[in-house]
Design a protein around this ligand. Structure first.
Ligand code: R5P
Length: 287
């Protein structure tokens, strides 16, 4: 009988790794990521992984600082005899540059996929930013599994918000805001968003006067600089609705976005436990 997978965590994702172990009856592994005084790193895998399947749980936000440790983990695990290495990256980075938007640019989604596919045998992630690329298999050459957040977000809204009106910030959010609307039995609107620059978007919002008694629930897959949420909140103010609740699957909160969104008038900001943050009130059940 083959042994169950051994699960390791990097970059502080130990709690999620523990939860996955408990749920599936997997064994937790022992790993040290040693940093030398000159900032070079050495991965030491203390568990015996010879002929074992292993799983690495690693949040990849802020990827450029992490990628070498990730590669060293995979190389070390192979050298020590692991038979397969699955990467659980709850937030899949480098998915937004999924086409050449302007001349002279590359497609980093493709290059990052090539790198991960080289070092790992399988990828599991949550709600990747799939738009112009429709499936991870278009860019990843290893098996991939996508965990969806719809049900968990829908259940959170059902439990915590009375009379919600769901607001999707852009056309790309339509499908999954629609799915959450089915679960919550709530009305929804989809806005038109045009991104002018990294920190500048323009939003067009339909007339929401009819929803004056509702609580707006803004739902986006990623809250990065928060500018999409901030612009939406600014537009909502015209309609005198209740203070909005902002939900992001992956909360990156660049440039103090969390504080800015609250200052702008959000009643609450809630995220899924895919990027560690105090707003992680929605636990992904599908791992
Ligand atoms: C964009 O396509 C995504 O779905 C998010 O709307 C975007 O990443 C949010 O970024 P920001 O918080 O910087 O507006």
């Amino acid at each position: 009988m083959s042994l169950s997978p051994l699960v390791f965590a990097l970059f502080g994702y130990d709690e999620l790794a523990q939860k996955i172990c408990v749920k599936h009856n997997y064994e937790i592994g022992n790993l040290i990521c040693h940093q030398f005084p000159d900032a070079e790193t050495l991965i030491k895998i203390h568990s015996n992984i010879l002929n074992r399947q292993i799983i690495l749980v690693a949040g990849l936000e802020n990827p450029n600082t992490k990628i070498l440790s990730l590669i060293y983990f995979a190389e070390t695990a192979r050298d020590l005899g692991a038979t397969s290495i699955t990467l659980i990256a709850p937030y899949l980075v480098y998915m937004r540059q999924d086409k050449q938007f302007h001349p002279h640019e590359g497609i980093t989604a493709k290059y990052f996929a090539k790198l991960i596919s080289y070092y790992f045998d399988k990828l599991i992630t949550v709600e990747p930013h799939l738009h112009r690329i429709h499936s991870l298999s278009q860019i990843y050459t290893i098996p991939t599994h996508v965990v969806y957040a719809n049900k968990d977000i829908g259940q959170w809204i059902l439990k915590n918000v009375s009379m919600p009106i769901l607001i999707g910030p852009d056309e790309e959010s339509k499908e999954w805001v629609n799915a959450i609307a089915q679960i919550t039995n709530a009305p929804f609107v989809i806005l038109k968003k045009t991104r002018k620059a990294d920190r500048k978007v323009e939003i067009e919002m339909p007339d929401l006067k009819a929803f004056v008694d509702y609580t707006p629930v803004l739902i986006d897959d990623i809250i990065s600089t928060g500018i999409s949420m901030l612009e939406t909140i600014a537009h909502l103010k015209r309609y005198n609705l209740h203070s909005p609740i902002c939900i992001g699957v992956h909360g990156l909160f660049i440039d103090n976005a969390y504080e800015k969104i609250l200052l702008a008038g959000a009643k609450q900001i809630v995220t899924c436990n895919t990027v560690i943050h105090a707003s992680n009130l929605i636990e992904i059940s599908g791992f």
